[in-house]
Structures are given as C-alpha cells and as structure tokens.
Design a protein around this ligand. Sequence first.
Ligand SMILES: Cc1cc2nc3c(=O)[nH]c(=O)nc-3n(C[C@H](O)[C@H](O)[C@H](O)COP(=O)(O)OP(=O)(O)OC[C@H]3O[C@@H](n4cnc5c(N)ncnc54)[C@H](O)[C@@H]3O)c2cc1C
Length: 421
Amino acid sequence: MQRVDTVIIGAGHAGLATSRLLTDAGRDHVVLDRGRLAESWRSARWDSLRLLTPNWMSRLPGWSHQGPDAEGFMTVPELVGYLESYAQSFDPPVRQRTSVLAVRPVDGGYQVTTTTDDAWSARNVVVAAGPRPRVPALATRLHPDVWQIHTNRYRNPAALPDGGVLVVGASASGVQIASELRQAGRDVVLAVGAHTRLPRRYRGMDIMWWLEQIGALDRTIDDAGDARRARREPSAQLVGGLGRPDLNLGRLRELGVVVTGRLDDLDGHRARFRDDLPLTTTAADARLRRTLRTIDQYIATSGLEGEVLPPADVPAVLMSGAPESLDLRAAGISTVVWATGSHYRYPWLRVPVADVYGEIKQYRGVTPAPGLYVIGLRFMHRRNSQFIDGARHDAQTIVEHLAGADRSGPTSARVLLARDG
Ligand SMILES: Cc1cc2nc3c(=O)[nH]c(=O)nc-3n(C[C@H](O)[C@H](O)[C@H](O)COP(=O)(O)OP(=O)(O)OC[C@H]3O[C@@H](n4cnc5c(N)ncnc54)[C@H](O)[C@@H]3O)c2cc1C
C-alpha cells in the first residue's frame, strides 16, 4: 500500500488542471488513468470532430492557446497535442494504464485499489473520471440484427455496416454525425428531441465569444432555479470550423436527412416517434431569439454598436410533417447511432455520496464525504464546468478547499448539500 496525500482519478483536462494547481501548491499527489493521458479524446471521439469552442477558449491553469489561430477550432489530434504539451509544462505524476477498481473510505481517508499491483492510501480523492455514455433503456428492445453504437464508439461512415442509419439525438454530436453520414451517401433518419440552436457567428463574432461577453457561461447553478433541468439542457447544435454554413435541422433537411420527432418506442424493427417537432423547433427558436436579443442589448449598452456588424436576420427553423413510425428493415436502416449524451456514473466509488439520480452530490466539487471531490460535471457550478475552459474555476475551488484554506467549505456548500438531502 502506497501513501499519498491526494489521488486524482483521470488524466483528462479536468484531472490535469487539478494536478497543476496541486503542483503549484506543493501538494503531494498522483494522477491515475486507465488509459493514456487524454484517453477519452484518443479513443472516444470520431475522426472528423473539431472542438466547437474556439482555440482561445481552452484556458487551463497556467496554460492557454498560443499562436496566430486563436479563432480556429482544434482537431482531436491537435487537442491531444495541446494537453500533452500542458502536461510536459509541469510534469504531473501520472500513472497511465492504471484503472481504479474501487475507492473505499478508511480511517479518515480513502483506499484506492487499481488494476496494477498498487493500492493507494490517500487523505483526499478527486474524481476527474469524465462522463460515461448514456443510452436509453429502450435500446434493449431493438432487433439484434440492427447494429447499435453510441457516439463515443462512432468513428466514421465507412466503419458502419452498409445501409441507412437512424441517429437518435440532435445536439452537437447528433447533427454532426447525421450530416457526415448523409454526405457519405447514407440514408439518414434523425430523431430530434428538445434541442438548442445557435448560429456559429453573430454580428461578425463567434457565438462563444458573445456567450462569454454576456456572462452566459459564468452563470452559476445557484441562479439556475431548477438545477436538474439546467444540467440536462442539451448542448447547442454547433460545429467547429470557419466558413462553414450553420448546421441546423433546416440544413440537414436540405441535405436529404429525414428529420423526425423524439424516439418514443422501439419494438424489434418498428420505431415510433413523437409528433413533437413543431413544439421542439418552436421552443429552440424562441430560446435562440432570447439569446440574440440579450446580445443585441449588450451591444447597445456597452457601446459596441460601431465595432460590430449590424443585426442580421437568423432565419427560423420551424418544422412539421415528420414520420411518426418507421419499419427499420423496410427502410433499409442497418444501424442506430445513439447521440443521447452522457452522464456521470462511477460504480467503483464505494462511498455513499450518490443522490437519488445516481450522481455524486456536490457543491462546487466538494462532496459530503470529507476529502472526496469531483470535477468536470456538467454545470457543476458554472455553466461551462464541463468545458475545457471551465475546469480552471472548479479546480481552483477544490484545491483551495483541499489545501485547508477553506476546509469547512463555503457556507452555501453546506446549505445546498443539506437542501439536496
Ligand atoms: C463529442 C464531444 C465533443 C466535445 N467538444 C468540446 C469542445 O468543443 N470544447 C470543450 O471545451 N469541451 C468539449 N467537450 C466536453 C469536454 O471537454 C469533455 O466531456 C471532456 O472530455 C471531459 O473532461 P474530463 O477531464 O472531465 O474527462 P475525460 O476527458 O473523459 O477524462 C477522464 C479520464 O478518466 C479516465 N478514467 C475513467 N475512469 C477511470 C478509472 N476507473 N480509473 C482510472 N482512470 C479512469 C479516463 O481514461 C479519462 O482519461 C466535448 C465532449 C464530447 C463528448
């Protein structure tokens, strides 16, 4: 058994950000990863993916994008290189290919057992293990001769069996994959639930820049009202790349994708969809207009009118007339791609900190179990907590708390944790 002050589980950007701040604070720690550094980006992303956040929006503690292409969008290998360079800059104590099998509370600390011979005894554990794919329960009712795959295993059109594809989910991943498959000549049906639409650029600037300016990304969960609902808000239909047309449901229909409502039921080869496209597209359009109005107001009140382009029309994408039922076999659909997002489940965490939904109870990364922290969750505290750019704020809070500067936690942390039960 080896002793260490803090074990960080996961060497993605969130684990590395935490490691950097612990290194700066002179705190003894180790980072364990079941794979290589940035493993999720190496093995759970598709080939053509580019970040949908611009390069400048990849700020980590003590590290940021340098070079001329601040407005560009990294490919996956570029991001892996970016995180590798980050690690080289402070040489974190990473143990690669070390899977954590269990974290158990022992004598005021934790025992961390792994797939290697090492077991660790630590006063603190920071869970930075990333999201896991979420697939709806009805997937089990799909006929076994239809291939199914979550987006985290999807690579490119050629790697799928011949035939048509049903893509379920129309957030960033779903619309990008549906578009790529259609452009590779596949018949594609896209099942659309609640979604968020944004233009890539507005009034001459990238939408992410505007979201930062109006404070949308800094909003905290304290202001969100219904925290659970806020955390389930779908990611925006955006694609990283300069000069490309916006990728939205209208564009996909133009490309020949059959756009339908939310997948409601599966029974062998029979898929049923809700008649909710008019509702969900109208709601997405209304949210988009509210965001653009807020940007316009910000421009007016901050004296930017002369600096940016005048307001431009962003056409509505309102839809109806979608099939409510589909015989997958008759339609030649050989594959279902689940673009249904992810959640945070850690079966190896044997510490009773899960809420009624199975997710770790936390406030600003501090859990009710002393010395146990979590980072990288969606809207964990700020709207951008799960983005690369957001991790620095949460890592800072965690490391300050862990280092004893605020060991008892912010007053509101205790109040919120108590409120959540
Ligand atoms: C398709 C897609 C596109 C995205 N695009 C963007 C974008 O454009 N901009 C942006 O800012 N964010 C983007 N994100 C979001 C975000 O950056 C990722 O979700 C990010 O990978 C999460 O970072 P993380 O460090 O929390 O976890 P991860 O990167 O998933 O890292 C977790 C690490 O933990 C390890 N691990 C897990 N379990 C164990 C275990 N039991 N033992 C040991 N190690 C373990 C894994 O191997 C992994 O290396 C995107 C996410 C996805 C899925």
